[in-house]
Design a protein around this ligand. Structure first.
Ligand SMILES: [Zn+2]
Length: 176
């Protein structure tokens, strides 16, 4: 719960005040504690002055900090004090989306690969058996011509897939 106090009860030199865009005011100490400023800064235990940045690898999904009274999100251009917390949440969201899109694209490539694989196996068997089910040695001249044509185009889809994979890899690397 937020303890409500009158302004005149607060010594501003001792407890500076933070105003949020929603119009609610808090002592910095209260708000820092409620929205977890200590998760992103190492603070002096006695003075509570931020000393250095903490490594903010996100183990738990961080959310955009909110006003404890009205739950409106804290906006970074209005209250800069909590920018690092806001940024952490934003970066987390962006990377989550990035990973999700990447995975979808990867799955598409994977299913194309499976298709190509089975098609190559099928056409290999067909070529080896010839048209009428004869063995390769018995294939007639006409069949030879047809087979040569099929061999030529056989690897086209896999070459295409390979180039799409390279592009996907480059795009992912670039965006990352
Ligand atoms: Zn509020």
């Amino acid at each position: 719960m937020v303890e409500l106090k009158e302004f005149r009860e607060i010594d501003l030199d001792q407890s500076p005040i933070v105003g949020l865009a929603c119009g609610h005011f808090f002592t910095a100490e209260t708000l820092d504690g409620m929205i977890g400023l200590s998760e992103v800064y190492e603070t002096d235990p006695t003075t509570r002055v931020p000393l250095r940045l903490k490594d903010i690898s996100c183990d738990l999904a961080p959310t955009i900090p909110q006003c404890p009274l009205c739950q409106r999100p804290i906006r970074q251009f209005v209250t800069q004090r909590y920018n690092r917390l806001v940024n952490r949440a934003v970066i987390y969201e962006v990377s989550k989306r990035f990973i999700a899109t990447g995975q979808t694209e990867l799955q598409e490539l994977e299913s194309r690969l499976t298709d190509i694989e089975s098609k190559l196996q099928r056409t290999r068997a067909e070529l080896l058996m010839g048209k009428a089910g004869h063995h390769l040695m018995d294939i007639h001249q006409a069949d030879m011509k047809q087979s040569a044509q099929r061999l030529k185009t056989r690897y086209k889809p896999s070459a295409c897939l390979r180039s799409d994979m390279v592009h996907f890899q480059q795009r992912t690397m670039h965006r990352h």
